[in-house]
Design a protein. Structure first.
Length: 370
């Protein structure tokens, strides 16, 4: 049976993990460099530094951590090691959802999984030059993971707005806060996930898609939120790659604090500002608006009401800052300051309009990562 095959390896405690995709750049031109193999050859015994679909991306994937401080220490050490190797190779790194000016197609990493994707999707695979931040939340069981997945769906516009860091594409200011999501929208299984009533329904879905040869494994499901029964986590994938480790950790703290809040409170006892499940067509519109305008977007409810997304975000911060534990507080306050003073996409645009050069944007992203 499918539900026996997809055994959910639940976590006994609320563990945390982070995947942070960084851009590999040529140090002189600041253009993307297809050098992941050089990097991996220099770090043969570091399992936490991994390749991705495109050769200009390197992923730092953390170990399973029990909290933010452990996660921070682990990622700091990995980032220092990775930056040192890149410097020796005449490369540098930066964090953003898209590269501001690269115009060429990507080269695919020559590993069996990625070469298969190239053969299946052709030009589409080589044009999806995007970089993300993924947060893994340890779940006690499958039903809890699906419950949180449904709850998080309504908050996808919030997560997109707070992490938006991709206003440029191929040298052009797109008018979007998060253009990465518009690129991914052309793919097969990206974006808003469906809702499942129980774990058996999800397992039937996955078994059917496997039989139809749509998905070979769970990793072929690229929804913005997906259960990972093999890891015992819920993976939240909606966020752009962040420009600094502190920003990435702050996003992880917000995701964890929101998950804790959803698990500790029933919907009927939450303030009206907390997003609730909506029909698909409203979810889709709110999602698009967040990618376009970030926190300046409007948020539609199921009665036709229009709410400024900024007010929803402000309210969520006040709720989470009141309820979150001591470890999460400094990271939430950091994200709150970023939101009030200028998130990644806004900082990129400020540099561009001040200097009128996209190379200046990349140079600042490199500096910010350090």
């Amino acid at each position: 049976m499918a539900d026996e095959f997809l055994l959910f390896k639940g976590s006994k405690q609320a563990t945390l993990g982070l995947e942070w995709e960084l851009q590999i750049l040529d140090r002189k031109s600041l253009d993307l460099a297809d050098r992941i193999q050089w990097v991996l050859e220099a770090l043969p015994e570091v399992p936490w530094i991994k390749p991705e679909l495109i050769q200009s991306c390197v992923e730092i994937a953390s170990k399973v951590c029990t909290g933010l401080e452990e996660l921070k220490a682990h990622l700091e050490a990995l980032l220092r090691q990775l930056q040192s190797v890149c410097s020796d190779l005449d490369l540098c790194l930066c964090g953003a959802g898209t590269h501001p000016f690269c115009r060429r197609l990507a080269k695919i990493t020559p590993l069996p999984r990625y070469l298969k994707q190239k053969s299946l999707y052709g030009y589409l695979a080589r044009s999806q030059i995007t970089f993300a931040t993924h947060v893994h939340l340890g779940m006690p069981d499958a039903q809890t993971a699906l419950k949180l997945m449904r709850e998080f769906k309504a908050c996808l516009p919030v997560l997109i707005a707070l992490s938006a860091n991709s206003p440029f594409w191929r040298g052009y200011p797109t008018g979007f806060a998060c253009y990465r999501q518009r690129i991914l929208a052309s793919g097969r299984s990206y974006g808003i996930p469906p809702s499942f009533s129980d774990w058996a329904q999800f397992c039937r879905f996955f078994a059917l898609m496997q039989r139809a040869q749509v998905f070979a494994s769970l990793r072929d499901i690229h929804w913005d939120i997906r259960p990972r029964p093999d890891l015992g986590t819920l993976e939240v994938r909606a966020m752009d790659a962040q420009s600094s480790l502190q920003d990435a950790l702050a996003i992880a703290a917000f995701v964890q604090a929101l998950a804790n809040y959803f698990l500790e409170t029933s919907p009927e006892f939450r303030p009206s500002l907390v997003p609730r499940s909506l029909p698909w067509w409203l979810e889709k519109e709110n999602y698009f608006q967040a990618t376009r305008l970030g926190s300046s977007a409007r948020y539609l409810d199921d009665q036709g009401g229009i709410h400024p997304l900024r007010e929803i975000i402000e309210g969520l911060f006040q709720v989470l800052l009141t309820r979150a534990g001591r470890e999460l507080q400094p990271y939430l306050r950091h994200l709150y300051r970023r939101w009030r003073e200028g998130l990644g996409w806004q900082r990129q645009l400020r540099i561009f309009w001040a200097r009128r050069r996209v190379t200046a944007v990349v140079a600042e992203l490199v500096a910010e990562l350090c």
